[in-house]
Design a protein around this ligand. Structure first.
Ligand code: FE2
Length: 463
């Protein structure tokens, strides 16, 4: 018999896993789903199948995909776990076998020597493949219609390291740029896959210390690595926090020419901080402009934020201006409110852009979640607008979908899954990205909740 989940901040409320897989045909919709939206929104997040062994960390749970297919004004839903080796082994055993990030020593002898891939962080589409991503291992390919897991994927043997959950697609070339990091040398490796999905470049990048590098930035001219003092040393692994905060190391931002290599990286130094997610970056003359959700220190590790994400340090959207001629970095706070899970109109990834979006925190939210507003940043006017969800509804990462492939930047929709704490269920909100404060164009109503997850993407035309 399965044991109940322990009382842990990341296993209660809407962090608690949803135990069912299923599908719902033709969901109830308030308002009208724009006819331009024909495709599937895929989202990924941690959803532990079994009661954890030892202490749980938010990043530990088995990846579950939630897919909303929108077609001809109708909405359909399907959810499924990614069938990882870990999920299969634990189902066979009838219990958790692997210790988590906070308690790796709790691993059962039956699972020793096997590195558990949780496949729980992001889900992307590139070169016709739907990939569930997790930064400490290879992706898994899934069937885009059934969400069936097809298996781990290593780019025909070319992926020789883990793969970040945050690759960047170059909107002009269709290439997929990504990296992998590791606590063991080489600590960082950079890759480029062609629009056809073939790895055409793979090279080591020299960094002195292994650190947790969750995301990175690319521009038309540069690749930008953020080396924050959140170390990921091998000796940390069994200590209860694989990531340690070592602020004396400062933060290093490496700018590498797209056609250069490790030796060409120019390193900028700035105050210690931590960034999970950038919004976007671009190169202009001899400067790189980079907008990032900046934490004062790493959350969720090394004793901070174990009692809940919203109780740890909160991030602020910040602009770094990296002057390649002068070697200086200017840091500018762009907001007073906290925001995370930044996105943009991804046709502008790496290019000068105007519109950005994020989950935002405003007023006095209840303690049911972190982000009770959807923020729209207009970098041209400097204005921030918002869709305020009130004190008891909480958004996930808003995903932008253009109205048409050639629509102007920002003309389109924001798709975001919102948790209704009072009803203990979730809605998919469709907002007009040009008018976020307006009433949602449509609210797709789910009878159950979608646990707080991490990232997702829109698959145009997948219906
Ligand atoms: Fe992320």
């Amino acid at each position: 018999m399965s044991r109940p989940f322990p009382d842990d901040p990341f296993l209660r409320g809407n962090y608690a896993p949803w135990p069912m897989e299923g599908e719902i045909h033709d969901l109830v919709v308030e308002g009208e789903i724009p006819r331009e939206l024909n495709g599937t929104l895929y989202r990924n997040g941690p959803n532990p199948q079994f009661t954890p062994r030892g202490r749980y960390h938010w990043f530990d749970g088995d990846g579950m995909i939630h897919a909303f297919t929108l077609s001809d004004g109708h909405a359909h839903y399907r959810n499924r776990w990614v069938r990882t080796q870990r999920l299969a082994m634990e189902r066979e055993a009838g219990e958790a076998l692997f210790g988590g990030l906070s308690d790796m020593t709790a691993t059962d002898p039956r699972a020793m020597g096997i590195f558990p891939n949780a496949a729980n962080t992001n889900i992307i589409i590139h070169a016709g493949k739907l990939l569930a991503l997790w930064e400490a291992g290879p992706p898994h390919t899934l069937d885009p219609h059934t969400l069936e897991t097809l298996g781990p994927y290593d780019f025909a043997g070319a992926l020789v390291s883990p793969m970040t959950a945050h690759p960047k697609m170059d909107p002009e070339t269709g290439e997929l740029l990504f990296f992998g990091y590791s606590p063991f040398p080489p600590y960082l490796r950079y890759y480029v896959a062609s629009a056809q999905g073939e790895v055409v470049r793979s090279e080591e990048i020299d960094v002195p210390v292994p650190t947790m590098i969750h995301d990175f930035m690319t521009t038309r001219d540069h690749v930008i690595f953020m080396v924050c003092p959140a170390t990921f040393r091998p000796e940390n692994l069994m200590t209860g926090s694989p990531v340690r905060w070592e602020p004396d190391l400062g933060t290093k931002i490496g700018v590498m020419p797209r056609n250069g290599g490790s030796r060409d990286v120019v390193w900028f130094e700035t105050d210690p901080c931590f960034v999970f997610h950038p919004m976007n970056a671009y190169t202009e003359n001899r400067r790189v402009i980079a907008d990032v959700c900046r934490f004062e220190r790493v959350p969720l590790f090394d004793g901070v934020g174990a009692d809940g994400f919203e109780r740890g340090p909160l991030p602020i959207l910040t602009r770094w201006t990296l002057d390649l001629a002068g070697g200086t970095v200017k840091e500018e706070q762009l907001d007073d409110c906290s925001s995370e899970f930044p996105r943009l109109d991804e046709r502008y990834t790496g290019l000068r852009y105007r519109h950005g979006y994020a989950g935002g925190r405003t007023g006095s939210p209840s303690d049911g979640g972190s982000f009770n507003a959807v923020f729209h940043y207009d970098h041209q006017t400097g204005r921030r607008r918002m869709h305020d969800l009130g004190a008891t509804s909480f958004t996930s990462e808003p995903v932008f979908v253009p109205r048409a492939s050639h629509a102007p930047e920002g003309a389109g929709f924001l798709l975001t899954v919102v948790y209704r704490q009072e009803e203990n269920r979730s809605d998919l909100l469709i907002l007009d990205a040009d008018n976020v404060e307006g009433k949602p164009l449509a609210t797709v109503k789910l009878p159950h909740r979608v646990p707080y997850g991490f990232h997702g993407n829109w698959g145009q035309g997948i219906v």
